[in-house]
Ligand binder design. Structure first.
Ligand code: ZN
Length: 220
């Protein structure tokens, strides 16, 4: 089924699917596990709308291109245009909070990094961004106290909390909007905690924003 922005009660969000703006290394423990330095300013990249698929349905991953890594992230659905916005304006623009998998062709990315090239082929391929449905923002008592969890085949692989983000959500949205106008229907991925690793065909996934949202899925 084609992806559409929806809330967890099944109602359509009424927003078109736009771009997905992502931040690299927004948790110190994840930067460390890949031997990357901690950036002094947010490191941004974009996944195109064509990379988005529904997380709740089994999804395909690329074959023959090396390791495909999962990165489990809290996602933010944008409901109002944000350009050079303040944090207060950013807070008003959040239409929903959800889950995303920032799928990454890690071997391709390592090679692109080595050559000093952009990451698009490793991050923006078709299917690179499974997204869940969203909860309304008023369900989330604190954006900076959300537990993000991934189990692969029943084993906990990622279990982090948004309080450890280097750039909190509102600061991140404001920063992004200094460079890229965020349009209604765009999605922001807020970075992954530690524990990233490979997924393979047949893996069963349980992805969770604890107390808010749970999705089961599988790799085709
Ligand atoms: Zn990521």
């Amino acid at each position: 089924m084609k992806y559409q922005h929806r809330f967890i009660d099944g109602t359509a969000a009424g927003l078109p699917l736009g771009k997905v703006v992502c931040v690299g290394r927004n948790y110190a423990d994840h930067a460390a596990e890949l031997n990357n330095p901690i950036p002094t300013v947010p490191m941004l990249f974009i996944k195109p709308a064509t990379s988005v698929v529904p997380m709740a349905e089994p999804f395909a991953i690329p074959v023959g291109q090396g390791r495909v890594h999962f990165e489990t992230e809290m996602s933010v659905l944008i409901g109002r245009r944000l350009s050079k916005a303040s944090e207060a304006e950013a807070a008003q623009a959040i239409a929903g909070i959800g889950l995303a998998l920032d799928l990454t062709l890690r071997d391709v990315q390592d090679e692109l990094k080595r050559q000093g090239h952009p990451w698009e082929k490793a991050k923006g391929f078709d299917g690179a961004c499974p997204l869940s449905d969203f909860v309304m923002p008023d369900r989330v008592s604190s954006l900076q106290d959300v537990q993000i969890r991934l189990r692969v085949n029943g084993e906990t692989r990622q279990d982090g909390n948004s309080r450890f983000m280097l750039n909190p959500v509102l600061a991140l949205l404001s920063y992004i909007s200094q460079y890229f106008t965020l349009e209604p229907g765009d999605v922001v991925l807020t970075g992954t905690p530690a524990g990233v690793g490979p997924i393979e065909s047949g893996d069963q996934l349980e992805v969770e924003l604890v107390g808010l949202l749970q999705v089961t899925s599988a790799v085709l």
